[in-house]
Design a protein around this ligand. Structure first.
Ligand code: THU
Length: 130
């Protein structure tokens, strides 16, 4: 899939977000090391802390697909500067990352910036510490 198609699919994921409380939709698309893609959106709840981030739902879908290695992850919001994972999602992404894993910060128009997960979560804790 081309980057243009990745953006389209991420936008489609963002359009499915259930965000009646924050009105802040997030769409995520993961590209795995095998080149397969998995998407997710945020799903909020009247009991606010029970809401799920878009990254969490895309990661769950990837694991259900039998995959565990994130190559790229697109994070899209309505903001012009693009989406950026929250602290908790940085740790979620890190679990399935290696030193090359990149986060693509996207607005609805496309990729606005690229950053390595190790820059977002330096000196991080991970599976190899256990
Ligand atoms: N949100 C995500 O889905 N991913 C992030 O990394 C940042 C925050 C969601 C959670 C909530 O539904 C809304 O954005 C506002 O915080």
């Amino acid at each position: 899939m081309s980057e243009e198609n990745h953006i389209k699919a991420t936008r489609e994921a963002m359009s499915k977000a259930y965000v009646p409380y924050s009105n802040y939709p997030v769409g995520v698309l993961i590209v795995t090391d095998n080149g397969n893609t998995y998407t997710g959106c945020n799903v909020e709840n009247a009991s606010y802390p029970l809401g799920n981030c878009a990254e969490a739902s895309a990661i769950a879908s990837m694991v259900m697909g039998g995959e565990k290695k994130i190559k790229h992850i697109y994070v899209m919001t309505k903001n012009d500067e693009g989406g950026i994972p929250c602290g908790g999602c940085r740790q979620r992404i890190r679990e399935f990352s290696d030193s090359n894993t990149e986060v693509f910060m996207c607005s609805k128009d496309g990729v606005q910036g690229r950053v390595n997960i190790s820059e977002l979560l330096p000196n991080s804790f991970g599976p190899e510490h256990l």
